[in-house]
Ligand binder design. Structure first.
Ligand code: FMN
Ligand code: SF4
Ligand code: SF4
Length: 280
């Protein structure tokens, strides 16, 4: 039996989870590496994966893993695959998101190895009211790379690989003689099972100003297809909006804004810097 590549899988509307996952991958150093970006992938068919070490990253929404991320990850069908769940949150808290992500990956056939929670700029952060602005920063990314390195060492140790494979080789392969679930001791992670429950959320979407000139970039960035162009302006289907703020962050002329009282509250109450938490 063998693990023969690294797979970086993410759902990341504002790209912070993607940055963290890529840094962890850099720390592992495995050259045979591929990416699966589920952010705007609205296909529903199964995604089979075999013999891969998978870094799986998603944002925290309301203390749980973003629901759209979970529904897309449920397409994965893993066979002889390691999962390293990674959640990214906006400096408030990640509550039950990490254990929830781990459990969903286990249900999809992965063997979880270890996991971590990182901090990313909050989706609601904006100029004048920053929340974890600029994160993950260089310190976070260094921690992520170091975590990747340690995770790989742990995998070598637990699979009993004494003759470490060449991570730079195109035919990279880590071989072992028993199923992964018999070799890997799961690491406890922070979070409650059963997970917290959330009440219904009020539908809301960013508003569009006259600055919009209909370039259509937000149509491409939107994970759920909530945006269309009408009469040269972008229009949002409120009931399809997940409030991810990708369109707000990436509109080239700042034509989209998302106003919520949470921004001021989060800016005031959660300004103290939190650090990544590693479960390894
Ligand atoms: C609807 C929504 C709910 C969120 N809930 C939380 C939360 O409970 N705790 C927190 O610290 N950050 C929360 N955030 C912030 C995101 O977790 C954070 O910005 C994350 O870095 C976004 O990841 P991405 O860049 O990969 O999209 C929330 C963001 C959104 C849009
Ligand atoms: S990205 Fe901005 S300018 Fe372009 S269509 Fe969307 S809102 Fe309009
Ligand atoms: S319309 Fe809503 S779901 Fe789509 S990118 Fe903007 S905030 Fe995200």
């Amino acid at each position: 039996m063998e693990l023969n590549r690294l797979c970086v899988i993410y759902y990341s509307p504002t790209h912070t989870s993607r940055s963290v996952a890529r840094a962890v991958a850099d720390g592992m150093g495995i050259a045979r590496r591929e990416e699966i970006d589920l952010t705007t992938d609205r296909n529903t068919g199964p995604l089979p994966l075999r013999n891969a070490i998978c870094l799986v990253a998603a944002p925290v929404y309301g203390g749980l893993t973003a629901p759209v991320a979970l529904s897309r990850l449920r397409r994965l069908q893993a066979e002889n695959c390691i999962a390293i769940p990674l959640v990214t949150y906006g400096n408030r808290d990640y509550e039950d998101a990490l254990v929830q992500l781990r459990d969903v990956l286990q249900q999809q056939g992965f063997t979880p190895l270890c996991g971590a929670a990182f901090i990313g700029e909050h989706s609601y952060s904006r100029p004048g009211m920053p929340i974890a602005e600029g994160r993950p920063d260089e310190t976070d990314l260094r921690t992520a790379r170091d975590f990747g390195h340690r995770a790989y060492e742990s995998l070598l140790r637990q699979t009993g690989t004494t003759d470490a494979p060449d991570v730079t080789a195109r035919d990279f392969a880590m071989t072992y003689d028993r199923p992964l679930e018999q070799l890997i001791t799961p690491v406890p992670m922070k979070g409650n099972v059963p997970y917290k429950t959330l009440g219904p959320s009020t539908p809301q979407a960013p508003v569009v100003s006259d600055l919009c000139y209909g370039c259509g970039e937000c149509v491409d960035w939107c994970p759920t297809g909530a945006i269309s162009l009408q009469d040269g302006r972008s229009v949002t289907q409120v009931n399809q909006c997940t409030k991810c703020c990708a369109c707000v962050k990436f509109c080239p002329v700042g034509a989209r804004t998302f106003d919520t009282p949470y921004t001021a509250m989060l800016h005031q109450k959660f300004s103290a810097r939190r650090e990544p938490e590693l479960f390894i």
